[in-house]
Design a protein around this ligand. Structure first.
Ligand SMILES: [Zn+2]
Length: 235
């Protein structure tokens, strides 16, 4: 099993090295290693709800949650100029906290730490006493509630980059909610390789080019270290 893991990490690193348009897609699974609950994992919000249980208590206070090795590995991919775009379903602000550039990030469900202008869609940090955007529009919470439409800019950019991708890496998403489930489909249709790092099953398991069921923190940081070797960089 471990030997198989090393081999798959090697393959992932090689593909990252060769990729011209690497897109990463993250879901709640990446943040469970920071102590946040996911949805469909063993202790996930929906798994517990289906059993009639309340959400598991937070292991750490919300504002003390920090990016973990998985988030940092993705930020490292950006520093290496390998990551072309990051699409996230998470609202926890951990990607921006890890140093991801806002212009290379789509947050499909918004961000708890940011407000969105209801007129021009620009987002700004949530601060006290700033009721209006520079354009005059009202600033409202950016988090998208169930049934609300997703932010147009984030959605359009996600589709655009999924179509351009030649390597599409899913990290910690079960890919069952649309439009999340549409993105890997778009990528596959354009001939992109699909890599899935998720402990639970996804509807794309049969068509994935490479599949990891291990913890994200066991896979991504090692793949990025291996990539750096391939790029001639040593730590
Ligand atoms: Zn505005």
């Amino acid at each position: 099993m471990n030997e198989g893991l090393t081999q798959r990490i090697e393959t992932l690193a090689q593909w990252m090295y060769e990729a011209r348009h690497l897109v990463v897609f993250t879901g709640a699974g990446i943040s469970t290693e920071s102590g946040l609950p996911d949805f469909r994992g063993p202790d996930g919000l929906w798994t517990r709800r289906d059993k009639g249980l309340p959400p598991a208590p937070m292991k750490v206070p919300w504002d003390a949650v920090e990016p973990n090795a998985g988030h940092l590995a993705i930020a490292e991919l950006q520093k290496l100029d390998k990551l072309k775009f990051l699409i996230s379903q998470n609202v926890d602000n951990l990607h921006l906290k890890s140093g991801i550039r806002p212009d290379s990030l789509a947050e499909l469900h918004g961000n708890i730490a940011r407000l969105r202008c209801s007129r021009c869609e620009k987002t700004v940090d949530r601060v006290e006493g700033q009721p209006r955007c520079l354009c005059g529009g009202a600033l409202v919470k950016s988090v998208v509630d169930f049934g609300e439409s997703l932010p147009h800019r984030d959605l359009m950019l996600s589709y655009e980059h999924a179509r351009k991708s030649d390597l599409f890496v899913v990290v910690g998403s079960s890919l069952v909610v649309t439009p999340a489930a549409d993105m890997p489909h778009e990528a596959l249709q354009r001939g992109s390789k699909l890599v899935i790092i998720n402990q639970g099953e996804t509807p794309f398991d049969g068509v994935a080019s490479l599949r990891f069921r291990e913890r994200i923190g066991e896979v991504l940081p090692r793949a990025v270290r291996r990539l750096k070797r391939l790029m001639g960089l040593f730590e």
